[in-house]
Design a protein around this ligand. Structure first.
Ligand code: NAI
Ligand code: MG
Length: 489
């Protein structure tokens, strides 16, 4: 059985201590992964620091660094089918989604390759003509990155490409559920010619390797994606060292369906918004707020749509949804469906594991609609992280916006309407980092992605995402050729 290893200073290492990796669609063991601890994390951070301070990387001409990043994109594309197969087996991605995500990963390296020369500063207007005053941006040093299991390979690109484009080095810890493609990335980075030590990858659990990375004093910035609970712990560890953090955390995003919405568009926005990757998506639209005037007919259409979604073998291109990542997450989803019904919601469709011997060994869950819900219910307030949509009826639009905002989270929100004024009115008032109008889950590399409230801190993607990995520096230059006129007699 193959053992996936750490990648430190351009070389694979470790494997004496391991943990097991399972295929969520079959329950079969597919390999072992090196189990890193504080020892390997500290070693990786030391290597990243040395590389940052003592090699040409941080000061490399942006064009050269850009060319190296572009080569990573090319290498990814030349191995795309191999990476896709690994991702399907390790993360339960459908083959269709895996192919799309690997292409997005390549595009991300290309995008930040172009931005290696885009870090901008300013010349600051100051009162005295004898002062020249400006701001520049510089790399921070070592970026510590902790990622979850829901988008494993694409997240390595979304985190590493901007960190490297800005001139930093990095230590990455993938989720223990999905270490395979992150470990494989090491080989691809070598093939692309990324110098050793620039990217270091340590596999391991959150408690052993993740916590050690968050606490390491040699890390200049921590980037975390995952649960709000662990994000808060990472921030507490960072606080001890006064280390900067960017956190991309949970969500309970609302999607408001107005009576005047285009029906088909609204049904697809609601269904895709919630069901992408079986709802294992931080920005999923998991609270549907439906105008009471159309509630019954809309729910009929949505049920029909949910029931046509094909859950099945992720290697089959016809499957729309694959499995849930593991039994723990599956049990959590089942628990919330039960809680919802006990709280008074109606199970409209789904609610459990799909029938059929073929799916028995995997962690599959049916697309599920919980109707007649209220915003106070736990199923409307807590992240379920599965293909479960909580549906709530509203009476007027301002009430819907107030309900959408009545959440501890603020990652995304949506509104479906044909009324332009209503759409912009909502876009302005919804408390969320992203607002989708007549669509859902659409992201772009050059648009920012960020969470309000307990959904996060900092910003990713776009030029803002590049600048988020850089220190600002203020420079004051005296042009007067005279000493400072202070401490006079
Ligand atoms: P998690 O937040 O525990 O794990 C995310 C990453 O943090 C993993 O790499 C993990 O190893 C690491 N980690 C765990 N404990 C750590 C610690 N003490 N210090 C440093 N790093 C640590 O998420 P988990 O347990 O996989 O899922 C639990 C819930 O989190 C899900 O049900 C879902 O609600 C939410 N979640 C949200 C995600 C998002 O994209 N915002 C992604 C995955 C999970
Ligand atoms: Mg956890």
């Amino acid at each position: 059985m193959r053992t996936h290893k750490h990648f430190i200073h351009g070389q694979y290492q470790g494997g004496d201590h391991t943990f097991e990796i399972d295929n969520p669609a079959t329950g079969e063991r597919i390999g072992l992964a090196a189990r890193g601890t504080k020892l390997e994390i500290d070693q990786a951070v030391d290597v990243a620091r040395e590389t940052f301070l003592k090699t040409a990387w941080a000061d490399m001409d942006g064009r050269l660094r850009g060319e190296l990043l572009r080569r990573v994109a090319r290498v990814i594309r030349s191995h795309s089918e191999e990476i896709a197969a690994l991702e399907v087996a390790d993360a339960g991605k459908t083959i269709g989604d895996a192919r799309v995500e690997i292409e997005i990963a390549a595009q991300t390296w290309d995008y930040y390759a172009d931005l290696t020369q885009s870090a901008v500063g300013t010349v600051n207007a100051v009162p005295s003509p004898d002062q020249f005053d400006y701001t520049i941006r510089q790399p921070m040093g070592v970026i510590g990155i902790i990622i979850p299991w829901n988008f494993p390979f694409v997240l390595t690109a979304l985190k590493l490409a901007p960190a490297l484009a800005a001139g930093n080095t990095a230590v990455l810890k993938p989720a223990e559920e999905t270490p395979v493609t992150a470990s494989f990335l090491g080989q691809l980075l070598n093939e692309a010619g990324i110098p050793p030590g620039v990217v270091n990858i340590v596999l391991g659990t959150g408690l052993e390797a993740g916590a050690a990375l968050a606490a390491n004093e040699g890390v200049d910035k921590l980037i975390f994606t995952g649960s709000t609970e662990i994000g808060s712990l990472v921030m507490q560890a960072a606080a001890k060292n006064v280390t900067d953090v960017t956190l991309e955390l949970g969500g309970k995003s609302a999607n408001i369906i107005c009576a005047d919405a285009d029906r088909e568009q609204a049904v697809m926005s609601a269904a895709f918004g919630c069901l992408l990757h079986s709802g294992q998506c931080c920005c999923a639209g998991t609270r549907l707020l439906i105008d009471g005037k159309i509630y019954d007919s809309f729910m009929d259409q949505l049920r029909e749509r949910f029931e046509r979604v094909r859950v099945g073998d992720p290697t089959d291109p016809k499957s729309h949804l694959g499995p849930i990542i593991n039994d723990k997450q599956l049990q959590q989803i089942q628990r919330y469906v039960d809680i919802g019904q006990r709280e008074g919601a109606t199970l409209v469709t789904g609610g459990g594991r799909p029938a059929g011997a073929a799916l028995e060994k995997g962690f599959f869950f049916q697309p599920t609609l919980l109707g007649d819900a209220r915003n106070e219910m736990r199923i409307a307030r807590e992240e379920i992280f599965g293909p479960v949509l909580t549906c709530i009826s509203f009476e007027d639009f301002d009430q819907a916006i107030a309900m959408a905002n009545d959440s501890s989270y603020g990652l995304a929100a949506g509104v479906c309407t044909r009324d332009l004024v209503k759409a912009h009115y909502a876009a302005k008032r919804l408390q969320a980092g992203t607002v989708w109008i007549n669509t859902f889950n659409g992201l772009a590399l050059n648009s920012p992605f960020l969470g309000w409230k307990r959904s996060g801190i900092g910003v990713e993607r776009g030029v803002e995402g590049l600048h988020d990995h850089m220190h600002l520096k203020h420079v004051r230059f005296d042009l007067s050729r005279k000493p400072l006129p202070v401490f006079g007699d």
